[in-house]
Ligand binder design. Structure first.
Ligand SMILES: N[C@@H](CCC(=O)N[C@@H](CS)C(=O)NCC(=O)O)C(=O)O
Length: 214
């Protein structure tokens, strides 16, 4: 399989974590978002939305990371990333959607570039925008995690699920935008635990071939 992505893209990062947790091998193709390669016709032929990730699996071209994760779960059921019971699956998908639908899209590059370049919003206010939506999203997520009776070492139970694949990249992004994480002890605890695991560590942006060397 070939993953078209970018080292710092949260949606590529969540896909890498899921693939690593399932022990799947894949090649990386870099789509450099900093150089707007996602908008070039060559990439738009793969995904007319001009968004990474895209996963090529034989003659299948998969797009939209939530759909990619679901496909991986169906086709590679070993090391499941969803609980066995319907209520558990609902909970994991809901926690994932809190991040994937309601936090990440507001802070995506194209949104921030629009604020900067077309609305002439200064960097200080761009940071404030990101902080606002990440903090609000994390506050609700923290409450959910604190109340979740099935919370274990991970967001749900003692096994990693989709929710952890979504959470860890979003925490990375929050750190990059200097969001204060002290009000979210459950989130920080899960993040700290996940980062001790190879599947998560290998998916980290700094470990990717397109990451700038230190
Ligand atoms: N819902 C899509 C969102 C994909 C997405 O937003 N990708 C970002 C990187 S994390 C991107 O390609 N951004 C390019 C841009 O904003 O121009 C998914 O989950 O795959």
């Amino acid at each position: 399989m070939t993953l078209y992505g970018y080292f710092r893209s949260s949606t590529s990062y969540r896909t890498r974590i899921a693939m690593n947790l399932k022990g799947l091998d894949y090649d990386n193709v870099t789509v450099n978002l900093a150089q707007d390669e996602q908008l070039e016709s060559e990439f738009k032929a793969l995904n007319p939305q001009g968004l990474v990730p895209v996963l090529q699996a034989d003659d299948l071209l998969l797009y939209q990371s939530p759909a990619i994760l679901e496909w991986l779960e169906e086709v590679y059921p070993e090391s499941p990333l969803l609980p066995k019971d319907a209520a558990g699956r609902m909970q994991v998908r809901a926690l994932s959607a809190m991040i994937g639908c309601d936090i990440h899209p507001l802070n995506n590059r194209r949104i921030l570039q629009y604020l900067r370049n077309e609305l002439s919003v200064g960097e200080e206010y761009v940071m404030a925008w990101c902080n606002r939506w990440m903090s609000e999203g994390f506050a609700a997520l923290e409450k959910r995690l604190a109340q979740e009776e099935n919370r274990g070492k991970f967001c749900y139970s003692d096994r990693p699920t989709f929710a952890d694949c979504y959470l860890i990249p979003q925490v990375s992004s929050a750190r990059r935008f200097k969001v204060d994480l002290t009000p979210y002890p459950n989130i920080v605890e899960i993040d700290t635990h996940c980062r001790t695991l190879k599947a998560f560590a290998d998916a980290d942006p700094i470990m990717q071939p397109d990451a700038p060397s230190a």
